[in-house]
Write a protein that binds this ligand. Structure first.
Ligand code: ATP
Ligand code: MG
Length: 532
């Protein structure tokens, strides 16, 4: 032990002697330069190079720092001994982090890198427009010099991508709205957000299973289609138009889409947007991987501009090109003089050059009255997929029975099922109406089914009577020389062909819901014949 202390004392003596010599040889003003020089010489011969990624870059937060922190959280949670734990606002998951001044190694394409989390006290408060944290934080990335091209080209991109993935997985989706009449928040952001917690999924959505599958596949193709969109020179976006009577699940479908893809929702309140340029700014502030929704599009956009030049229906697309608002059309026209958004502004929003300022975005418009929409708005490329949300069909009814009563197909009496199948189409009830009947009696399953069957039968009978009364009224209005049999045959043909059937269904429903006016039913039939 004595020997140990003696040798330690001699080492310290030598160290003190060297320090004295150094101080004598190098005056204080040269000392700093000498250390720098030694550092440089050391780095010249070292096979490593170092990159500092500081938390604050000038006055802005360095996105790469946050990304690295998140990226490392996935590997750190497995290997680290001392970890920092955080839970971000709106997040439902904990995030692990590298503790202060700790290191972790990572490999990428065969190259090994070392990350160090460097935390130091900020020496003096330098001048800044905003208060800076007391600690200076950053990551130092150590890589071999020979790996530099590989790491700089692809590793950092990979880190960013992985971090975004983790963020999406950890963070609850957000629902944004612009309902502040165009004012900005303290960060200059025009959207305000709340966590998006809608529980609707494609599993709970009551609709035709084939149609549902088609939509889910379309969404998947879109989400995985970066290469395809790039190759074909198309902006990476897709438009869906959901149309149908109220209470058929249009809003529920949007929530299911967001939950399926893990996207945020931007619910655009058009009545709060003052002009086209404001609309464009809102678009610019939306993020990728999001769904931009305009509900009840026929009610929210002022179509008077269209009507001014629209010579009575039919010429909708012509009005787009003829409209005075199109003067500034290429760049989002109409904003120069007006203080309201125009149809051309909306078209540019969905399809103009500015619509590609982000990527991987879905536009969803909903309406109860597709016939009121301008054909320019409906064309492919803007609204790529038109989804008719119809009255409750038998397959959809089975989904509702499963959702609300926990009934699987085999649980119900075969005879009851057959009866339900027979009346459900004729009843033309919306899933919302049927849900209400089921919710009311959800504690007494048998009663729920009996009451549902009764309601369906009553509605079916009423519709049947209405149809036969309406049919008679139409026939009364026809010229005497028209052959009745031929008329009936034409009606049958119209019902057989799919899309006119859907259109007539909406109109029939609207007539029923709004005023059940016989005259409107006549108009509906006239319209149906136009489509034919
Ligand atoms: N297809 C459906 N599947 C499951 N539930 C549905 C469906 N349609 C409607 N519902 C139920 O009815 C309620 C209203 O539906 P939703 O708001 O989606 O209808 P909507 O078509 O958007 O109506 P509106 O045109 O009035 O906006 C929902 O909360 C949901 O519970
Ligand atoms: Mg809705």
């Amino acid at each position: 032990m004595k020997e140990y202390w003696t040798s330690l004392a001699s080492v310290l003596g030598v160290f003190a002697f060297c320090q004295t010599i150094l101080q004598a040889v190098f005056p204080p003003e040269l000392r700093f330069a000498t250390v720098k020089l030694f550092n440089k010489i050391f780095h010249c011969f070292s096979s490593y190079c170092y990159f500092d990624i500081t938390e604050i870059d000038g006055v802005n937060t360095n996105e790469l720092y946050n990304a690295v922190q998140l990226y490392l959280s996935s590997s750190v949670s497995v290997t680290g001994n001392r970890l920092s734990l955080t839970r971000a606002l709106n997040s439902s998951a904990f995030t692990f982090g590298l503790a202060n001044n700790d290191t972790i190694s990572d490999t990428f394409n065969g190259a090994t890198v070392l990350w160090e989390h460097v935390v130091t006290q900020r020496q003096s408060q330098t001048f800044s427009w905003r208060p800076l944290p007391e600690e200076k934080r950053g990551f130092t990335l150590r890589i071999r010099k020979k790996d530099k091209p590989l790491i700089l080209n692809s590793y950092l991109d990979y880190v960013m991508e992985k971090a975004n993935e983790i963020r999406r997985k950890n963070q609850d989706r957000l629902l944004y709205t612009n309902s502040r009449g165009g004012s900005l928040d303290s960060r200059g952001h025009p959207w305000e957000s709340v966590p998006f917690k809608h529980p609707s999924t494609f599993d709970t959505l009551a609709m035709d299973p084939d149609k549902k599958k088609e939509i889910m596949e379309d969404l998947q193709d879109f989400a995985r289609g970066q290469g395809f969109y790039h190759r074909t020179g198309r902006a990476w976006k897709r438009g869906y138009l959901l149309y149908g009577p109220p209470g058929t699940g249009k809003s529920s479908m949007i929530a299911a889409m967001a939950n399926y893809l893990g996207y945020d929702i931007y619910d655009l309140e058009l009545t709060e947007v003052h002009n086209n340029s404001e609309l464009r700014k809102l678009l610019m502030k939306t993020s990728s991987k999001s769904i931009i929704v305009i509900e009840d599009i026929d009610c929210s956009i002022n179509l008077t501009n269209r009507k001014k030049t629209n010579n009575g229906g039919g010429g909708a697309s012509r009005s787009y090109y003829d409209s005075g608002d199109i003067r500034g059309g290429g760049g989002g026209g109409g904003e120069d003089g007006g203080n309201s958004i125009t149809l051309s502004g909306l078209l540019n929003f969905t399809d103009g050059l500015w619509s590609c300022c982000g990527s991987e975005r879905i536009f969803v418009f909903t309406t109860n009255h597709i016939e009121k929409l301008d054909s320019a708005l409906l064309r492919s490329g803007r609204m790529d997929m038109h989804v008719f949300m119809s009255f409750c069909s038998f397959p959809a009814l089975k989904i509702l029975l499963r959702n609300y009563l926990n009934y699987e197909e085999g649980d119900l009496d075969g005879h009851v099922l057959k009866e339900l199948e027979m009346v459900v189409d004729m009843a033309r009830m919306t899933p919302a109406d049927i849900s209400e009947v089921l919710i009311k009696n959800r504690r007494k399953k048998d009663r729920a089914v009996v009451e549902l069957l009764e309601t369906l039968k009553i509605r079916a009978e009423r519709n049947n009577n209405n149809a036969s009364n309406g049919g008679r009224a139409v026939r009364r209005g026809k010229n005497d020389d028209e052959d009745e049999e031929e008329e009936e045959e034409q009606e049958k043909r119209a019902l057989d062909s799919e899309s006119p059937k859907e259109e007539s269904e909406i109109e029939d429903n609207c007539n029923k819901v709004e005023d059940e006016d016989e005259e409107e039913e006549e108009e509906g039939d006239g319209e149906k014949e136009k489509i034919k």
